[in-house]
Design a protein around this ligand. Sequence first.
Ligand code: 5AD
Length: 368
Amino acid sequence: MPLPLISERPLPGAPADVTGARRQLIDRLSADGRLPLGDWETLLSSPSQEDRAYARDRAAEVARSQFGNRVFVRGLIEFSSHCRQDCLYCGIRKSNRDAERYRLSPDEILACCAEGYRLGYRTFVLQSGEDARYTTEVVTDIVRRIRAAYPDCAITLSIGERSRAAYQQFFDAGANRFLLRHETADSEHYDRLHPAGRTLESRLACLSDLKEIGFQTGAGFMVGSPFQTVNHLAKDLVLLSELRPHMVGIGPFLPHHRTPFADQPAGSVDLTLFILSLVRLMLPTVLLPSTTALGTARAGARESGIQAGANVVMLNLSPPEQRPKYLLYDNKPVSGEVVEMTEAVRRSLGRIGYEMVVDRGDHPEAAR
Ligand code: 5AD
């Protein structure tokens, strides 16, 4: 691919023309909100430290202009570790017979919300494996109860693929947001990460249903998942530029010892941070979490994610005794009282100049 000529001195360790070309692409991405696939590939192929710092500083400026120094906090309630899916990367996949399973009752879920509310949480994210025991009716009833008890809070669901009619019912009951990572925008790659019968096509159909229904909708993917290429990542970013979701969840792949990918290397923290910055530049108002996986992969990386343009952190409100049973990957943090974790994150954000705020933190374009 021809690279534009530039007139700056070579930087140590990186061919000057490539770094210069990447900076031009980063500027173009900021201006246009999209890039052609080939340009994404250039941008994502071994960026230099200078490229990453450039993207990070531009992205941090954009986040600051949109949100000031505010970081939104979400309370995550992992309400069931049962899953009928068998995603090859995931520790709670159906085939993992070693995984301990649990379910929270509606009352237990409401108790998690109550504790979170007391501590200032105004978004509850209900996440689970794909557990058929929580039928459309059961989920709808849980949403209705949370909506009635906490009219000032946002309710986010992260429960996988369901019918459009079910999604509509959850929305009508008062759910506001839905997270459903697309996982990879390349259908062959999708097939290598998921069991037969699961398709990228149906995943994307769900995302389009969710958006049409009116959910603030979240897509996303793992960085460094097995078999992933630069072309796949480029496609992920093109997909995001077309879908323009309200939320984007991105974290490094981390192996789980009881999955077929146990021996696969973890995704790169630095590449994840770079991609977070690019997403912020492409979608200035997006709700972008600095994910638990990122914080697990390297100490301090959650803070680095905020400095790279993320503006959301999700903390675990699940009952402490159940957390060790919701292990999507190895070394996921499970200890800590909610109140202490919340204060620890508040302090660590404060140290880097950010403020954790009590706010629903809706997407700026989302109608209430
Ligand atoms: N490493 C990192 N992220 C994972 N997820 C599932 N398993 C792993 C893993 N091993 C992510 C998926 C899923 C989200 C809930 O967690 O992207 O959508």
